[in-house]
Design a binder for this molecule. Structure first.
Ligand code: BG6
Length: 495
């Protein structure tokens, strides 16, 4: 009888900025996500305009601050977990989750980011959340920063571009790891640290319009350097405060294949993959890879880094590697005339052989196995898939049911490939958390209608609805997967 390794951590993943709501309650400060605006995406061109919902200017922020409207700034209400957390955690626990990945909103603990003393009401909120999880035997896996830099930190300091960001963040990490030392043993530093290149405002608090366009890439890599140092220090601080904790990095696993077997396309794909791996290479090996330093040199970047920074990065690498995986795409040396499609905050060449989601993301379960093998061969550290899922429009039938067979099909195929990576390829895995077990606001499009959950939440793109929760068909399916440690799908006859 096939099943996953004993103690495999099954669960689901969310992020405060996309589902917590309560944006001004309990002393919380405004975060960069609270000014992210909803725009209707109607055409394929809109979907492929991946930056449309990420770019922001000072004028747009000023306008957002003038308004208390939650409907055009959907991350302000999310799904109102802030007031529904007991009900939501009970629903997640009802599926038998072993682990629940979530994030702490930095701006709930330090409303501006630069204070010395934390906001007690914010700390108490997460105490309540963790207690509720532990009540059901569900262990929290906590991301320290998931697109939630405080807005004041972005506006007044230029976010992570300012070196003082390292101290602010370390103070925050020290506070949360001391406070939750008995409750949280699994931590991730920055969600998708690489995403600062794709959405600099959400990840790094960088307001692009403030910088000269020809310097902006350098600005992003400077901010990233500060995050690398802060991440290494976060590993140090967490281990000092919680000796039995494990701390991971988190990478967007964008998987690119060569469009053809022409050597030029293969080289193009290799280069592209290096541009993805450079972040985890740095965090796992504790030093910049030579090819990234060569890129800085060739582009004339002057990234300010001290000897001490490099020593810190070397001394405190991460304990494990986590990543998100949704889809794959292609690259080619000559891309003219090839069809492109959207992916996770990217556009890339469409593959001839793969189906796409309603948002254009190409569905490739085997790509997950390829990714696991590549990452394990490269790092030989335990891997944790902390995001994988299908964003889709769900339909409520007349009898109230939601038959999301497409979601079951997507997840099932990915889980089977994950099993093969463990059993046939020798990959060491800690666990798997789907994105997202309960519907929430999309990061890239700010839509509610792009749903990932096993649990439906009655809210629309304009924040209208009862916020009532109901189980989709996939809820019982995933519950069964967890209860049988994967055996329910691994041993089922494939139709
Ligand atoms: C991941 C992010 O890259 O993708 C999540 O960590 C995000 O925050 C998820 O929600 C899915 O992307 P989207 O744009 O469909 O919400």
């Amino acid at each position: 009888m096939k099943e996953f390794p004993k103690n495999f951590l099954w669960g689901g993943a969310t992020a405060a900025n996309q589902f917590e709501g309560g944006w001004k309650e309990g002393g919380k400060g405004i975060s960069v996500s609270d000014v992210a605006m909803f725009k209707e995406l109607k055409t394929e061109k809109d979907l492929n305009d991946v930056h449309a919902n990420c770019d922001i200017t000072d004028e747009m922020i000023d306008a957002a601050l003038q308004s208390d409207d939650e409907t055009i700034y959907p991350k302000r209400h999310g799904i109102d977990f802030y007031h529904h957390y007991k009900e939501d955690i009970a629903l997640l626990a009802g599926m038998g989750f072993k682990v629940y990945r979530m994030s702490i909103a930095w701006s709930r603990i330090f409303p501006r980011g630069d204070e010395n003393e934390p906001n007690e009401a914010g700390l108490q909120f997460y105490d309540n959340v963790f207690d509720e999880c532990l009540k059901y035997g569900m262990q929290p896996l906590v991301t320290m920063s998931h697109y939630e830099p405080p807005l004041a930190f972005a506006r007044e300091y230029n976010g992570w571009y300012d070196r003082r960001s390292i101290d602010f963040f370390c103070n925050y990490v020290d506070v949360i790891t001391k406070r939750y030392k008995e409750k949280v043993k699994l931590w991730l530093t920055f969600n998708e640290i690489d995403s600062i290149i794709r959405h600099p405002f959400m990840t790094g608090g960088l307001i692009e319009s403030r910088f000269s366009p020809d310097k902006f890439e350098e600005v992003c890599f400077q901010a990233m350097h500060h995050q690398f140092v802060a991440s290494a220090l976060a590993v140090k601080i967490t281990h000092e405060n919680i000796p039995d904790a494990k701390v991971g990095c988190m990478l967007t696993k964008l998987t690119y294949y060569p469009y053809t077997c022409k050597p030029e396309d293969i080289l193009e794909a290799q280069q592209k993959m290096r541009s993805i791996y450079c972040y985890s290479d740095t965090q796992v090996h504790g030093e910049y890879p030579a090819y990234l330093l060569a890129m800085y040199k060739n582009k004339g970047f002057d990234i300010k880094m001290t000897k001490e920074d490099l020593e810190i990065m070397k001394a405190y690498p991460v304990d494990f590697i986590s990543f998100s995986y949704y889809s794959s795409s292609c690259v080619a040396k000559q891309a003219d005339g090839l069809e492109v499609t959207a992916g996770n905050t990217i556009t890339a060449i469409k593959k001839p052989y793969l189906p796409s989601s309603q948002w254009g993301w190409q569905i490739d379960p085997i790509g997950l196995r390829v990714s696991l093998v590549d990452l394990y061969d490269r790092y030989r550290k335990p891997l944790f898939v902390v995001e994988n899922g299908l964003g889709a429009r769900d339909t409520i039938e007349e009898d109230g049911t939601i038959n999301d067979d497409y979601r079951i099909d997507y997840l099932q195929k990915h889980i089977i490939e994950m099993y093969k990576a463990i059993e046939e390829d020798g990959v060491e895995m800690m666990g798997y958390t789907t994105w997202a077990p309960i519907d929430l606001i999309s990061n890239s499009t700010n839509q509610m209608s792009k749903r990932y959950g096993f649990i439906y939440v009655d809210v629309d793109d304009h924040g209208q609805g009862t916020y009532k929760r109901s189980k989709k068909k996939s809820y019982d399916w995933y519950k069964q997967v967890i209860a049988t440690n994967g055996a329910s799908i691994l041993n089922a006859k494939q139709g």
